[in-house]
Design a binder for this molecule. Structure first.
Ligand code: BGC
Length: 419
């Protein structure tokens, strides 16, 4: 009887404990702000949502559409100003440094130490994942921007070969246009113009010029004959886009290549996520190759989940989110779908398709050779204010507001006043 009474009381305690654990874990949640709203992007994000949900953590989604993340950053500012930051925010390069400087980011050092992140995250990414020596963000991937995505059926039909330099590119574009297709699928939005611009710049001036102009913002490089040539080439490419390009979202431009309406798109490897989502296969339905003249160089950007300071009650879920992102299994599963490559150096390329394997190999080679550079268009070359100043000039020129010489001069003025 005595024992029975105790056992019953014990059972009661166990049940109460179980219930309170259930309540605690049912209440665990993360709120994640991101701009992954295109089909391929959303599918990749699903991998992370499922991972957390399997750990009993509720995912509160906060999508803010707009490639390149400008709109997302505006929404974030409002949330932080009102004293209610999300748990984690998708962010690019220099924006992370800006937020870190404001002292509003969490410290992930304990988790990073326990899981040995220092050894597996390359320096080029740690530059943004750490601030003042402390971990404040987790890198999800490495994207690269100097890619061409081509419709294979059009290339086969017209007997085109993959262009390796500027002249070959123009020859191919002429043939595609001549056959009645839109040669270049493009969306006239500032970040897309800038994505094309940095590839043309790398192709025209080479790695040293890229560094001088877009990373060091050297006025002599910004207003140089080479820069005038870069702008001239942008004008040339403008002749191959369709009449409706203005304001078009990047994924709709990708769809034009997928649907055999257009020959090529110049875009980061998130475009591959769209091809895969549409059931297309690399080398069979579409081709991926480096922007002609940029072979051997890689311009990269890395999406990182930046962790904001949150209340004690949300800390555990935040750490679980960070740990999930950094797990090698997630880094493989997510990036296979997203089009990017893993941010960790110890993930096997086996699960990746032909474009992914190429991307991983070329990234490692460029890193080794010193030809890996941060993408200006995607926040990894200069702070946002300077990037936006560059965007304005590039877009104004692309839309015919400046001739090439004026654009090169304006670039210096715009950058100076943004610094
Ligand atoms: C991000 C990618 C994203 C792309 C288009 C880039 O800035 O790094 O993850 O897919 O924008 O939305």
């Amino acid at each position: 009887m005595f024992i029975g009474k105790f056992a019953r009381a014990g059972l009661g305690i166990v049940a109460a404990l179980a219930m309170s654990t259930a309540i605690a874990s049912a209440e665990e949640s993360v709120e994640v702000l991101h701009w992954w709203t295109a089909g391929g992007e959303a599918k990749a994000l699903q991998v992370l949502k499922k991972d957390l949900e399997s750990q009993g953590i509720t995912w509160n989604d906060m999508p803010v559409a707009g490639g390149g993340g400008e709109q997302a950053m505006t929404v974030l500012r409002a949330r932080v100003t009102s004293g209610n930051p999300p748990t984690a925010v998708q962010m690019l390069g220099f924006d992370i440094k800006d937020w870190a400087r404001e002292g509003v980011l969490a410290n992930l050092d304990d988790l990073a130490g326990k899981e040995g992140w220092n050894k597996v995250v390359p320096d080029a990414l740690k530059e943004f994942s750490k601030y003042d020596g402390h971990w404040i963000a987790v890198p999800v991937n490495v994207h690269s921007t100097n890619w061409v995505w081509a419709n294979k059926a059009i290339f086969d039909e017209l007997g085109l070969k993959q262009p390796t330099n500027w002249d070959e590119l123009i020859t191919d574009l002429d043939k595609i246009k001549g056959a009645g297709y839109t040669a270049i699928a493009h969306g006239g939005q500032a970040w897309q113009d800038a994505t094309m611009f940095e590839a043309v710049l790398m192709s025209t001036g080479g790695p040293d010029f890229y560094k001088k102009a877009l990373i060091d913002t050297d006025p002599a490089a910004l207003n140089s004959d080479t820069m005038v040539k870069v702008f001239d080439r942008m004008t040339q490419l403008r002749g191959y886009v369709d009449d409706n390009f203005s304001g078009r979202d990047w994924n709709l431009a990708t769809a034009m290549v997928i649907n055999k309406e257009a020959g090529v798109q110049f875009m980061g490897d998130w475009a591959k996520g769209e091809f895969l989502n549409a059931g297309k296969v690399p080398d069979q339905d579409f081709m991926c190759f480096r922007f002609p003249g940029t072979q051997g160089t890689v311009t990269f950007n890395s999406d990182q989940f930046v962790m904001f300071k949150v209340g004690e009650d949300r800390r555990d879920a935040q750490n679980k989110l960070a740990a999930a992102v950094m797990s090698p299994t997630f880094q493989s599963a997510f990036n296979v779908v997203k089009g990017s490559v893993p941010a960790r150096t110890d993930v096997s390329p086996d699960a990746f398709d032909a474009c992914g394997k190429k991307g991983m190999k070329q990234l490692a080679e460029a890193n080794e050779k010193g030809t890996l550079f941060g993408s200006m268009a995607h926040g990894h070359a200069v702070p946002s204010a300077v990037k936006n100043a560059m965007y304005d000039v590039i877009t104004a020129h692309f839309n015919g507001e400046y001739d090439s010489k004026t654009a090169a001069e304006e670039l210096v003025n715009a950058v100076e006043s943004a610094q």
